[in-house]
Write a protein that binds this ligand. Structure first.
Ligand SMILES: [Cu+2]
Length: 167
């Protein structure tokens, strides 16, 4: 079989870029720890309170072991429900010490939302009927803004919260 010069160039380019992208995916997954969110667990979006993690009293930050935390969140248009504080006011800020391991568990009651903690590797799509989970180590101190990065309607820009990592 005879291959034209330009055909050879394009074949090399095509196969080369395929190999390059596979290396990038492998680097992101195994070195940087980027993974898709859990799609294993399903939930009834009409009745998220039936799930142990998403009962109103179980929402928000909880220390489950020394330096290990769980945050349960219910997203809905246009709010992240992270529970209430001692005064009954909605929690908008989560505070964890630097170096702690935090498991984010989040679901939605209505449409698709995003859950991105800007400046960290936490970036999940939150789909109705599914529980999205991601565990990460908070390596850097600072204030990180949580944003919804899936357009969810007219009040989309009002969906935010804060994660503060203190020294
Ligand atoms: Cu949104």
């Amino acid at each position: 079989m005879h291959l034209h010069k330009y055909e050879k160039i394009w074949l090399t380019f095509g196969l080369g870029s395929l190999a390059l992208f596979l290396v990038i995916i492998g680097f992101a997954a195994f070195w940087k720890g980027t993974h898709p969110m859990s799609h294993i667990e399903t939930i009834d979006p009409q009745n998220v309170e039936a799930h142990e993690s998403f009962k109103p009293e179980n929402l928000g930050l909880r220390e489950v072991a020394e330096g290990k935390y769980t945050v349960n969140i219910v997203a809905s248009a246009f709010n992240y429900d992270i529970g209430t504080d001692a005064d009954g006011k909605p929690v908008k800020k989560i505070r964890v010490p630097k170096g702690s391991t935090v498991l984010f568990q989040i679901t939605t009651k209505d449409v698709v939302h995003g859950f991105q903690v800007a400046g960290t590797n936490v970036n999940m799509m939150v789909e109705p009927g599914h529980v999205s989970r991601l565990e990460t180590v908070m390596k850097n101190a600072g204030e990180f803004t949580v944003v919804c990065n899936e357009y969810c309607g007219i009040g989309h820009h009002q969906m935010f919260a804060t994660v503060e990592v203190y020294e």
